[in-house]
Design a protein. Structure first.
Length: 89
């Protein structure tokens, strides 16, 4: 389980990223000064990273499902993910 503070921080950054994307759609109407201010405010694009929707884990994240490996295994054992098969060597 991820720290609650990091999950909350990531949600806050996601809201800011959505606002920035909405502003970028109207970027053609902005002056160069307004663009510079936006760039200074939202210049860290590497702060945003994917988290598991269930537990908030960052590592071993599966983009297709939006879950980490731990939650995928948990749901698979409960029978909620039917198309995943156990590997046999």
């Amino acid at each position: 389980m991820a720290k609650k503070s990091l999950v909350v921080k990531q949600e806050r950054l996601n809201v800011i990223r959505q606002k920035y994307n909405e502003i970028l759609k109207d970027k053609k109407n902005l002056t160069w000064e307004e663009r510079y201010k936006l760039y200074k405010k939202f210049k860290w694009k590497t702060k945003y990273y994917n988290r598991c929707k269930v537990c908030g884990r960052v590592h071993s994240y599966n983009r297709e499902l939006g879950l980490c490996r731990v939650c995928i295994r948990m749901y698979w054992r409960e029978g909620k993910l039917m198309w995943i098969k156990k590997a046999s060597w």
